[in-house]
Design a protein. Structure first.
Length: 151
């Protein structure tokens, strides 16, 4: 799949202008490309409590899930899996337009949204997420360590 990194970064720059960052004054935008060619974006949203601040990648992942087709009636059990598009590439930029690496929490979020082969734009070119988050924790770890009787 050809990835237009210039366009992806431009989408991140565009959404960074919508960031709410009155405390840090560091606007951040993130744009992700799915395997289906869909671009989803997110920007950081700060909060006076600081601890509630949302990174741009949080908004991106939320937007990604919002693009999923409705899998079942709203009354269906939560165990019915939702088919969420998989991210294949992500560009994160600061308000100056230059790449900004995702924080640790967001690397974990992106891991579940794109997997270890997800390409992340960096100042030195795209890198697979597996290089930014080695030995990642995932759903298989949860399943393997779940106590008996839990579902
Ligand atoms: Zn983050």
């Amino acid at each position: 799949m050809d990835i237009d990194w210039t366009a992806l970064r431009a989408a991140a720059v565009d959404v960074a202008r919508r960031a709410y960052a009155p405390y840090s004054r560091l606007r951040v935008g993130a744009a992700g490309l799915t395997g289906d060619g869909l671009v989803v974006t997110g920007c950081n949203v700060e909060n006076a409590s600081f601890g509630l601040t949302l990174c741009a990648e949080c908004g991106l992942v939320s937007a990604l899930h919002a693009t999923a087709p409705s899998p079942a009636p709203a009354t269906a059990p939560l165990k019915v899996p939702v088919k969420v598009p998989v991210l294949v590439a992500v560009a994160v930029v600061a308000g100056d337009g230059d790449p900004l690496l995702p924080c640790g929490r967001c690397r974990q979020l992106l891991q579940e949204a794109g997997g270890p082969s997800l390409l992340v734009d960096t100042a030195n070119g795209p890198l697979p997420l597996s290089e930014l988050l080695p030995a990642a924790f995932g759903g298989a770890d949860v399943a393997a360590r779940r106590e008996a009787g839990a579902s």
